[in-house]
Design a protein around this ligand. Sequence first.
Ligand SMILES: C[S@@+](CC[C@H](N)C(=O)[O-])C[C@H]1O[C@@H](n2cnc3c(N)ncnc32)[C@H](O)[C@@H]1O
Length: 286
Amino acid sequence: MPARPSSSPRRPVGTVTRGTTNPNRLRRMDRWIAAVQGPVLRRSADPVAVDLGYGAAPWTAVELLRRLRAAEPRTEVVGVEIEPARVAAALPYEEDGLSFVHGGFEIPLPGPADGRRPLLIRAANVLRQYDESEVAAVWTRLRARLAPDGLLIDGTCDEIGRRHVWIALGKEGPRTVTFATRLGSLDRPSDLAERLPKALIHRNVPGEPVHAFLRDFDRAWAAAAPYASLGARQRWIRAVGSLAADWPLAGPAAGGGRSRWRQGEVTVEWRALAPNSDETDAFRGT
Ligand SMILES: C[S@@+](CC[C@H](N)C(=O)[O-])C[C@H]1O[C@@H](n2cnc3c(N)ncnc32)[C@H](O)[C@@H]1O
C-alpha cells in the first residue's frame, strides 16, 4: 500500500458535517459509476478513486472498492474524511487497495509527492450540508484535482438508497444529471425532487429548468399509466422515452440509454437543467 500523505501543516479544506451513512446506500450510484468510469479505469496506469466524506463508518468506501474492482481489479480507493475520529474508526477496515486519510476538498492522496490524480471523486451526501453559494467554488477545486479523464460525482440520496440524484462533472465542467430510483417505491418522478443536489434543490421553483423537467416527467409518467399493468419498469421506460422528444437525454457513452432506463435511471444533459441565474463559470462549465 502506498505511503500515507505526509501530515500537512494546513487544515483540511471544508467543514465537519453529520456523518450519517448506511451499508449499501450508494449501490445505484456505484453501479452507474462502474459502468461509466470502468473503461477509463481499465485504460489507466494508476486507477485511483476517492470516496470523499465517507462518514461515520467506512461502508461506502469498502463497497465502492468492490464494485470498481469488478470493473478493473487494479483499482485503488482512498476514503478521505475531514473528521479525524472517523478516519481512526475506518483504519481497521483498510485492505489491499483501500486506505483512509484525513483531509478535505484539497484531496490528499497516498503515494508519490509529485501528486497522483484521481479518476473519480465521489462526494455523496457531502455538499448537501454546505451553502448553495459554496458549491461552485468546491466544484472548481475538486475538478482541478481530477486526472484528465476523471469524473466528479456530486450526489444525494435517501437513508437507504432508494432515491438518488447526482451530477457528473468532468475537468471541463458539469456534464449530466442522473435521477435513479427503486421503481416500486415511486408515486411520481417529482418524488425525487427532495434528493436534488445542492446546486439544484433551491432551483426547483417555477421558471427554473429543473422544475420544468420534473413537471414534464410527472406528465409523461401520468400518460404512461396504462403501462403500469406491465410493471413500474415498463411505465418508467415509456415515460422516459417520451421525455426524449423535449429534453436532451444522455446516450450510452454518458451513462444513459435504454439499458440504464431499465435500472430505474434517466440521465439528462446538464445544459438543459442548469440554473437560469448561474453567475459562475463553474455552473455553466466551459
Ligand atoms: C452525511 S455523511 C455522508 C457519508 C457517505 N458519503 C454516504 O453518503 O453515506 C457526510 C460526511 O462528509 C464529511 N465531510 C464534509 N465536508 C468534507 C470535506 N470537505 N472533506 C472531507 N469530508 C467532508 C463529513 O464529516 C461527514 O462525515
